[in-house]
Design a binder for this molecule. Structure first.
Ligand code: HEC
Length: 156
């Protein structure tokens, strides 16, 4: 076998081996994976904006507008199906209380969508005080729901 062929085969084998680790979705817990992916994206979109408002990274108006519209778009995704009956089991930080208070939980999701939409609107104005206030209101929606319904550690 030529060295090039050997390299090619090694490459294919390496790719095949990498596939399961690339997949973030747990086959036995797809709904838990779905909602965790949603919140991971929410967190990673919100975090840099908070850093910008706090001055940890330099203010960049265009970047903030993009991030805030991304956050609103991500928040609008119908994550409700990730909380279908039975998905309270498994590797999750979602407290069982969610399934006893689904109306309240869903209202909080609606609140998250409303606050992130307002943040994207505020961002467009470029008014730093308004942006900061609305970032705070959005953060309150996160914290309010986490205090009630998200455990700090995995439950199982
Ligand atoms: C309606 C309730 C609710 C709101 C609002 C909410 N979260 Fe969460 N969040 C949860 C729940 C429940 C989990 C745990 C999901 C699980 O482990 O199955 C979670 C998990 C997370 C995680 C961990 C994701 C992972 O990798 O497993 C992050 C990060 C996060 N939320 C950030 C945020 C931020 C930032 C906001 C606000 C912009 C927010 N959340 C708003 C309920 C909420």
């Amino acid at each position: 076998m030529k060295p090039v062929q050997r390299l090619l085969i090694a490459g294919i084998v390496a790719c095949a081996a990498a596939v399961p680790t690339l997949a973030h979705i747990e086959k036995t817990e797809p709904l838990q994976s779905l909602r965790q992916s949603y919140f991971a994206l929410i967190g990673m979109s919100f975090g840099p904006m908070a850093d910008m408002v706090k001055g940890k990274i330099e203010w960049d108006q265009a970047q903030f507008e993009r991030w805030s519209s991304d956050l609103a778009a991500v928040a609008s995704y119908s994550v409700e199906r990730g909380f279908a009956p039975g998905s309270e089991e498994g590797r999750t930080r979602a407290k069982p209380d969610i399934w006893l208070n689904l109306d309240d939980f869903n209202e909080r999701l609606a609140g998250l969508r409303a606050e992130t939409a307002k943040l994207a609107e505020a961002a467009k104005t470029g008014d730093r005080a308004a942006i900061q206030a609305q970032l705070g209101a959005t953060g309150k929606a996160c914290k309010g729901c986490h205090d009630e319904y998200k455990a700090k550690d995995y439950l199982y």
